[in-house]
Design a protein around this ligand. Structure first.
Ligand SMILES: *[C@@H]1O[C@H](CO)[C@@H](O)[C@H](O)[C@H]1NC(C)=O
Ligand SMILES: *[C@@H]1O[C@H](CO)[C@@H](O)[C@H](O)[C@H]1NC(C)=O
Ligand SMILES: *[C@@H]1O[C@H](CO)[C@@H](O)[C@H](O)[C@H]1NC(C)=O
Length: 511
């Protein structure tokens, strides 16, 4: 019986070796797939995550079971995969993506991209539920799930993905939301879907979001869900858009404005007017106190709504005078900016103020007078005796008048300046997707400029106005005397404010 025993153990030996070899092959293949090809498992690859058993366990088994199965994969993945956050995150996104599949926005065959996913939770979750052709991008690459890339610069070709996901408020945190959106639109296939998790809980930010996508996509679904991490985003608005093709939004909005010049302010902007501080109906007896104090009552737009999802943030100071008079002392310090960086335009015709703007970063000086056409103007240099404040800051800039209407050189105390078509400039400088705040203090010219903004439709580009209205007000110096400088009355000012608010423009009384 010796040979038989020998044959027996020989067979066993061979079997053990075969088995070991097989295990070796599997490990090598697995390591190859995970570390080299990593993100994409094609048919024929031995892809651990795409094997039907793994899907079944993940989908039907208890979550604990699914995670236990996954532990064998953690040999090659970073240690944070075992952390509670990772487990909660993957569980959360798996459920989110399964809902997308159920809704028809995502399919297991979809080529998918997750934007801004530092540790690849979303990619992992996609693969878990069977969407195997998934890849993530983040500032820093993290093999095997995450490649290097950012939302505003996606390292893939045009029309690559069936599905793009941007979670965790990535879009609203982006400093270049417009580029972020256009990159997603570019890399998404026609008819592809992109899904976003953002805050966007008020109608202002939601509509801003929708506007950002107008050029390429339409919103097909949105709903509010609970986040998985209380400290980060406890409440999430989930928005799904579908790519329907390109439209040139810039030329579109301009032609819209030019076609029917009487634009109407969007409904969602009107809502903020209802919540604004009331106007001062009674003419103040001490306007230099009342109007100044009123600044404390102002309800800033950016304290009422979420201003995320705007392309650019712009502050236009019309009649800026010195840098410190309102840009430095008020806008920079007090206007609530929600951490956004604003481009500042200072419009000031008076030469005495120009020099200090040379050194100011992020501030563009337009050394002209805001006017209703391009033409030369004259303006009076005057010092309002009733306004000490203005004297301190510098000489008060006087009223401006068209050179023709002046007739002759007008004598002393008059300076020639260049006026420009302010409404036209505004239409060429900002778009509907920008957040535009304006302060206007133009010594009575507001009665020309505001109607012109309406006529041209440029008014619809402005989100919030701080307007000083100039009228024959009671003077500090001389009790019982009205300022001789201006002809308009307080009632006419009130009418101007009311007409703005009735048109849906959020205007505040400035001093
Ligand atoms: C990709 O799409 C962008 C935006 O639509 C376009 O400007 C660009 O020319 C396209 N590139 C290629 C290689 O087709
Ligand atoms: C602005 O940024 C600071 C610090 O980065 C943060 O604590 C704060 O919550 C942010 N504010 C808003 C309105 O986003
Ligand atoms: C006014 O002048 C500016 C600058 O020269 C120019 O770009 C703009 O087109 C002019 N506007 C009108 C209405 O002529």
């Amino acid at each position: 019986m010796e040979p038989a025993v020998g044959k027996h153990s020989f067979l066993r030996n061979v079997l053990v070796r075969l088995l070991l070899f097989g295990v070796f092959i599997v490990i090598i293949r697995f390591a190859y797939v995970i570390t080299i090809t990593g993100e994409s498992c094609n048919v024929g690859d031995f892809c651990f995550f795409s094997s039907p058993e793994a899907i079944n366990v993940a989908v039907t088994g208890s979550s604990a079971g699914a995670l236990a199965v996954r532990s064998s994969a953690e040999v090659t993945t970073p240690e944070h995969h075992a952390s509670k956050d990772w487990i909660n995150g993957v569980r959360f996104y798996s459920s989110v993506f399964q809902d997308f599949i159920a809704g028809g926005y995502l399919s297991p065959a979809a080529k998918s991209l997750c934007v801004d996913t530092p540790i690849g939770m979303e990619v992992f979750a996609l693969k878990e539920i069977g969407v195997v052709d998934a890849v993530g991008i983040s500032k820093k690459a993290l093999k095997p799930l995450v490649k290097s890339g950012e939302g505003h610069q996606i390292p893939f070709g045009n029309n690559t993905f069936d599905f793009v996901f941007s979670g965790n408020g990535g879009l609203e945190r982006s400093v270049k939301p417009s580029e972020f959106v256009s990159e997603i639109a570019r890399t998404l296939k026609p008819e592809g879907f992109a899904a976003f998790h953002v805050k966007a809980r008020d109608s202002y930010s939601f509509n801003s979001f929708v506007d950002l996508f107008k050029f390429c996509c339409k919103v097909v679904k949105f709903n509010d869900i609970q986040g998985f991490d209380d400290s980060l985003m406890p409440e999430i608005r989930e928005i799904i858009v579908k790519k329907i093709g390109y439209r040139n939004i810039d030329s579109d909005s301009v032609t819209d404005l030019n076609r029917d010049k009487k634009c109407s302010v969007a409904g969602y902007k009107r809502e903020s007017v209802k919540n604004a501080e009331p106007l001062i109906e009674e003419e103040p007896l001490k306007p230099w106190i009342t109007l100044k104090k009123n600044v404390k009552n102002i309800k800033y737009l950016s304290s009422m709504v979420d201003i995320s999802f705007k392309n650019r943030y712009v502050y236009v100071d019309v009649g800026a005078r010195s840098y410190g008079s309102s840009i430095g002392s008020w806008f920079k310090k007090q206007y609530p900016k929600q951490n956004k960086t604003f481009d500042v335009y200072a419009i000031e015709a008076d030469k005495t103020f120009h020099q200090e703007y040379v050194m100011k970063k992020g501030v563009t000086l337009l050394p002209y007078a805001a006017w209703v056409r391009n033409e030369s103007l004259v303006f009076e240099i005057n010092n309002d005796p009733g306004d000490k404040n203005k004297e301190k800051i510098g000489r008060g800039m006087g009223r401006i008048r068209s050179l023709e209407s002046q007739g002759g050189d007008g004598g002393g105390g008059v300076e020639k300046i260049q006026g420009f078509d302010f409404a036209d400039w505004l239409k060429n400088t900002v778009t509907m997707n920008d957040f535009v705040v304006m302060k206007m203090d133009v010594e009575g010219t507001e009665f020309d400029l505001i109607p012109r903004l309406f006529e041209t439709g440029a008014i619809c580009l402005v989100d919030e106005i701080f307007l000083e209205c100039h009228y024959n007000r009671w003077q500090r110096c001389c009790p019982g005397e009205r300022s001789p400088k201006y002809e308009k009355t307080y009632d006419q000012c009130l009418q101007l404010f009311n007409s703005l608010r009735q048109s849906g423009v959020l205007v505040h009384q400035w001093f």
